[in-house]
Design a protein. Structure first.
Length: 264
């Protein structure tokens, strides 16, 4: 994952979303995410007085917000990977996720980047939450190491939006670049998720950002830029739903959740 010493990182950037049909709807807004090296961290804190682990702060990360909500995170992800036949993701596990802001969070999607001991990216788990309190994981695994920038796919089985049927598939691309800015090398990470139905591409989405070490200064800067970010996530979800409703986009009732918590 990000080069250099495995220390907690913070990414500041944008979420972009475009719906192509039957009515166009496009938006983007600023966000920040945490990028946490779980094996290196173990049970330790995050190294910032303004960003705590498992207790409220300006920003915070709570283990119970991920996995099954009960097991230690490394136990949970290792168990999931082993059960799905991924036996060699024994290197660092980087989790990219929204933090809690003033104690509140809603994570539409978090990414678990699972590496081998030699540093190669072995598998990615996309952990998706909907507004009904349900969670599902898509495992992206080709049976060998993954390459940054390659297209990965998973069949859609989990209800997220009432304006999309539970059918079709997702196309994922994860990219990472480094560019020189002044005297520093700035690393950027981009996650693209495009949803295709029987007629072709329907939704084009991405989360992008520039990575920096998680410190008091970077945590405070991110908060001051987006002080209501996580409340804004859920507010914008409902605002965009109202816009789609006004545009008479077809509405799909919520089906029963999938019987398995992991799919490919």
């Amino acid at each position: 994952m990000p080069s250099g010493t495995a220390t907690p990182l913070i990414s500041t950037g944008l979420v972009r979303h475009s719906r192509l049909r039957p009515a166009a709807n496009t938006f983007s807004y600023g966000v920040f995410t945490l990028m946490l090296p779980l094996r290196t961290l173990g049970n330790a804190g995050l190294g910032s007085r303004l960003c705590s682990r498992n207790r409220i702060n300006l920003l915070s990360f709570h283990d119970r917000d991920h996995g099954d909500g009960q097991s230690p995170l490394l136990d949970w992800i290792d168990r999931l990977l082993q059960a799905e036949g991924v036996a060699d993701a024994d290197g660092e596990i980087w989790l990219q996720t929204f933090p809690r802001v003033l104690g509140y969070v809603f994570n539409p999607v978090s990414f678990w980047f699972c590496h081998r001991k030699d540093g190669a990216l072995r598998a990615i788990v996309c952990e998706v939450n909907n507004t009904f309190g349900e969670r599902h994981c898509y495992l992206l695994d080709t049976g060998t190491q993954l390459a940054w920038g390659q297209t990965l796919a998973a069949r859609k089985v989990f209800h997220v939006s009432p304006f999309c049927a539970v059918e079709g598939s997702y196309r994922f691309r994860f990219m990472r670049t480094t560019q020189r800015v002044g005297d520093a090398d700035i690393e950027r990470i981009v996650a693209r998720i495009d949803y295709h139905d029987a007629q072709g591409p329907l939704l084009l989405t991405s989360v992008s950002g520039s990575l920096q070490p998680l410190r008091d200064a970077t945590a405070l800067r991110a908060f001051l830029q987006h002080p209501m970010m996580t409340l804004g996530v859920i507010a914008r979800i409902h605002w965009q739903a109202l816009k789609l409703f006004a545009k008479r986009v077809p509405f799909f009732s919520k089906p029963l959740p999938p019987t398995h918590t992991v799919s490919r």
